[in-house]
Design a protein around this ligand. Structure first.
Ligand code: ADP
Ligand code: GLC
Length: 496
């Protein structure tokens, strides 16, 4: 007799390539596929944003829910994702989800005023799927909720103690917490025992992040270092105490990357394909990038890429402050970023002051992100904090050496080119400690010097490209964690 496949429901607000504001979408696209390849029966639950409803196929209604959370018409639909064909549940609620902007904000960058309803509904439906009363044909053993947008799944599941499913909550970024006024409590329809500091209350507000941290069976974050960091005051964003209270259930599982989407040997977006054995194409990508970005066609320059949300998290003020000194030394910057208006205009001003040395592409452009990462010599990620970070992993795979701050997932994935690490053939990039323009500039200068030594540079690049960050290992770790989370339910006969 074969054991039935574990049924897993991932709950999230974005998935690449349908809707993406950051690395969360990349994770939600690739992790479920890797788990399905390992035999799990994996489905997704997503809000019915226009870009999602437009791009899935084979939509059919699973259940007509009627009016709830302020929406008159709510239906749960079932469909398939494009590409991998994974089954996806989509919450159709036009009043809540049918709008432009991104999943969290309007076109002016303001939070949607009804985010409480929009994301409580998502969690509430996850809990009904878990209870087995939303889809008569399928119910999950484990609900895996991602970030505060999906965190209410854990509270609604915990509110019905008899639910035969376990919940796992992944913190992709503790800084975004989903805080709402306490007077909206009644809208959630939760038992009053959850409305206290031991529950969702956070200094007089409602915290969706706390719902995930307190009521899931297991909490994960996206790197081992960030898992340690969030239990400290420095990185805990006010929730370090809550994190410490769940210490035995908190685990850091390093993100993987989609090695089919991010593969320099097959990438359709780049000027020439290449791999570690035949790296020549990378030089063509570098020339193409300099041409596209209007950078001087200078072979001696160190071309540094940045592909990033422009927020204070990412430490880009350090780059701006170090820029004049670095440009004078022969560094070029190609930046693709969107977000904070002040950062955008500061980078634009730098570009105007130094044509041929700095190019800033604002807006969101997936193909250009590939061209920058393939064409640059190095990629800078000087973050103040970084739960995992994906662009340094893309850089490693494309032989584009990461220049990163020693924090979070950056510390876990890049080995500094110290004399010892180089001698042991372990070095893959340049790491600095202090979040200061000087420390960043020194790391870039070390990269510039290393590039002037072709044998050393080739060795670092080979080592970087040899790093394995596919989802296979992390997907297995999550499946083992689900087993752990299910063990108590199985022990008392509550699991399916
Ligand atoms: P975060 O999720 O904090 O933004 P990550 O490094 O985990 O950081 O993921 C960022 C993802 O978003 C990567 O896939 C990166 O290539 C992509 N990205 C960020 N900004 C842009 C942009 N302006 N255009 C295209 N892709 C971008
Ligand atoms: C968050 C983090 C980033 C991480 C991504 C995917 O957006 O800021 O570090 O890589 O989630 O887990």
């Amino acid at each position: 007799m074969t054991t039935p496949a574990m049924k897993v429901l991932h709950v999230a607000a974005e998935v690449f390539p349908l809707v993406k504001t950051g690395g969360l979408a990349d994770v939600v696209a690739a992790l479920p596929v890797a788990q399905a390849q390992q035999g799990a029966d994996v489905r997704l639950l997503l809000p019915g944003l226009p870009a999602i409803l437009d791009q899935v196929s084979g939509l059919r209604c699973v259940i007509d829910i009627g009016a709830c959370f302020g929406a008159l018409r709510v239906r749960l639909l079932r469909a398939r994702l494009p590409g991998d064909g994974l089954v996806v549940y989509v919450v159709e609620a036009p009043y809540l989800y049918k709008r432009g902007g991104n999943p969290y904000q309007n076109a002016h960058g303001e939070e949607w005023p009804d985010n409480l309803q929009r994301f409580a509904l998502l969690g509430w439906i996850a809990a009904h799927l878990a209870a087995g009363d939303a889809d008569p044909d399928w119910a999950p053993d484990v609900v895996h909720a991602h970030d505060w947008h999906a965190a209410m799944s854990c509270a609604y599941i915990a509110d019905h103690a008899a639910t035969p499913a376990a919940s796992v909550y992944t913190v992709h970024n503790l800084a975004y917490q989903g805080l709402f006024p306490m007077h909206d409590w009644a809208t959630l329809g939760l038992a009053s025992r959850l409305m206290s500091p031991a529950g969702l209350e956070y200094h007089g507000q409602l915290s969706f992040m706390k719902a995930g941290l307190k009521f899931s069976d297991r909490v994960t974050t996206v790197s081992p270092s960030y898992a340690r960091e969030i239990s400290t005051i420095e990185f805990g964003c006010g929730l370090d105490g809550v994190v410490r209270s769940r210490a035995a259930q908190v685990r850091g599982i390093l993100n993987g990357i989609d090695t089919a989407v991010w593969n320099p040997a097959t990438d359709p977006a780049i000027a020439a394909v290449y791999d570690a054995a035949r790296p020549d194409g990378k030089a063509a990508c570098r020339r193409a990038l300099q041409a596209e970005a209007g950078l001087d066609l200078d072979d001696a320059a160190l071309v540094v890429a940045i592909v990033s949300r422009l927020t204070s998290q990412k430490g880009l003020d350090l780059v701006l402050a170090a820029l004049p000194e670095l440009l004078a030394q022969g560094v070029q910057f190609a930046i693709q970023g969107t977000g904070d208006a002040a950062l955008e205009s500061a980078f634009r001003a730098a570009q105007d002051q130094s044509p041929g040395r700095v190019q800033v592409f604002t807006g969101y452009d997936e193909a250009r992100a590939h061209r920058l990462i393939a064409g640059a010599d190095a990629i800078a990620v000087p973050s103040r904090f970084e739960p995992c970070g994906l662009t340094q992993l893309y850089g490693l795979r494309y032989g584009t050496l990461p220049i990163v701050r020693r924090v979070g997932g950056l510390a876990d994935t890049v080995v500094d080119a110290s004399a010892a690490a180089v001698a042991e053939d372990r070095a893959t990039g340049f790491v600095f400690d202090v979040p200061s323009p000087q420390a960043f500039a020194q790391a870039v200068q070390r990269a510039l010097e290393a590039r002037r030594q072709p044998v050393l540079w080739a060795r670092l690049r080979d080592r970087a490209m040899a790093q394995q960050h596919s989802w296979e290992g992390p997907a297995r770790e999550y499946l083992a964690l689900y087993d752990e989370a299910l063990a108590p339910l199985r022990a008392d006969g509550r699991a399916r």
